[in-house]
Write a protein that binds this ligand. Structure first.
Ligand SMILES: Cc1cc2nc3c(=O)[nH]c(=O)nc-3n(C[C@H](O)[C@H](O)[C@H](O)COP(=O)(O)O)c2cc1C
Length: 414
């Protein structure tokens, strides 16, 4: 009987265990997790979501404080178009995070960075270019383009000396999205090195509408592979979303996938960036506790635990400190919703905003508990202590369980 370890993922000159841990912002897929996965021979991701606040927390910089001081005059203003990112500081923060992770890397695996296009940062092109180029300058081995169609992303970095040597991948949820991406990117004379096909059971934002439940990962993967075959394109395909056991992964590898991308099982690893209390919430969650809703200002549906403290919270927008979701015109759907509620409740000390959330603030504070659909199975992957708490797992334990297990078995920790 086959298992994941019988397969290898080839990327450039690298031969890897075909397990990729997906990017999880904001610092949920921490450098610790990525370094450990690389040591084990797989592909780990850091994320550049809210990189300045991550840098402040990890490396004692003062980027957020400085930005807030600069734009303090605008805090009460409904119009956020003035609030810009200092590109030099964005470079600095990205370099710090990437260099720190790369300097600790050992083993035969690789470390990539997840770059979401939907972090439009009040200057989408300029900021995305700087983010990707700074990551390449700092030695990142791959960039996974996420949360967006990325039609112009290759062109943004085609002049960079590492454009043809760094591994570049794209996350898609349909053949159509892939076709559009390839058509636009081909102008740079470069194909992606891998394609992550993310299905409807994934965590974070979804590349589907609210009818996500009608889609099925295996079907989309088969469609993508057929399309590539017909186009005579030989690009590794990496399914993601709801691959919970080594056997689930092996089934995709046997069907022709080059690797799998997984995330949910690692949210309860010791190395994961979530606070311990939140990891316990992930363990405790039942299927009914998980929902896909539309409160993300990005416009994409997002999956999360229903009791996330950030849902419904009507805090004043924090764009002067963060502002990662301001679009090219300085607008964010949460700011609009917040202002509507303030106008409807004059004089109220506290308001609720139900239709959107201040995603920057709440992801920064780990108060939106985004998760994969199969989070409710995490409790079956560990032991429960007498006090009702669940035992955290090492990333190594989870990784090796994926790598070696068969027959849908999940190894419990010692
Ligand atoms: C907590 C959490 C946060 C995530 N954040 C991101 C993100 O910032 N960017 C992204 O492209 N995907 C994100 N994802 C999706 C994962 O990278 C991955 O593709 C997917 O969750 C795999 O499915 P699984 O969680 O069922 O294993 C996130 C997933 C989780 C569970």
């Amino acid at each position: 009987m086959k298992r994941v370890d019988d397969f290898r993922l080839r990327l450039g000159k690298h031969e890897l265990v075909p397990i990729m841990i997906g990017g999880m912002g904001v610092d949920i897929s921490s450098a610790d997790l990525a370094v450990e996965v690389a040591r084990l021979g797989g592909v780990g991701h850091i994320s550049d979501a809210m990189i300045k606040t991550v840098s402040d927390r990890r490396y004692k910089t003062k980027f957020v404080k400085d930005k807030l001081a600069l734009y303090k005059y605008n805090v009460e203003n409904e119009d956020k178009s003035d609030v810009k990112f200092d590109l030099g500081k964005l470079v600095e923060a990205t370099r710090l995070h990437v260099e720190e992770a790369m300097s600790r890397k050992t083993g035969s695996g690789m470390i990539f960075i997840n770059c979401m296009e939907k972090l439009t940062m009040n200057a989408p092109k300029e900021t995305l270019k700087v983010r990707m180029e700074a990551a390449m300058d700092a030695g990142i081995e791959g960039i996974t383009l996420a949360a967006g169609l990325h039609l112009g992303s290759f062109a943004l970095i085609e002049e960079h000396p590492r454009f043809r040597d760094v591994q570049l991948g794209i996350i898609v949820s349909s053949v159509r999205a892939l076709q559009l991406f390839l058509k636009k990117s081909l102008r740079t004379g470069r194909l992606p090195d891998y394609i992550v096909v993310e299905g409807p059971l994934a965590g974070g934002h979804l590349g589907f509408g609210m009818d996500w439940a009608q889609y099925d990962l295996a079907t989309i993967v088969a469609e993508v592979m057929l399309f590539l075959k017909n186009e005579h394109l030989d690009i590794p395909v990496i399914p993601a979303g709801g691959i919970f056991t080594g056997s689930d992964a092996t089934a995709f590898l046997e069907a022709g996938a080059a690797a799998v991308q997984v995330a949910t099982r690692f949210t309860v690893s010791e190395e994961c960036g979530l606070p311990e209390k939140v990891k316990q919430e992930y363990f405790k969650a039942s299927e009914d506790d998980i929902e896909v809703n539309q409160i993300s200002p990005t416009g994409y549906p997002m999956r999360m635990i229903k009791s996330s403290p950030g849902i419904g919270d009507g805090i004043r927008p924090n764009c002067e400190a963060y502002g990662y979701l301001l679009d090219a015109n300085g607008k964010c759907a949460y700011v609009t919703s917040y202002n509507r509620e303030v106008a409807l409740h004059p004089g109220a000390r506290k308001i609720a905003v139900m239709d959107k959330t201040c995603l920057c603030t709440h992801m920064r504070n780990f108060d939106i508990w985004t998760c994969g659909q199969l989070t409710y199975r995490l409790k079956d992957t560990t032991r429960k202590a007498a006090d009702g708490s669940y035992q955290l797992l090492t990333a190594e334990h989870i990784f090796k369980d994926y790598q070696f297990s068969t027959e849908q078995k999940i190894a419990l920790p010692e």
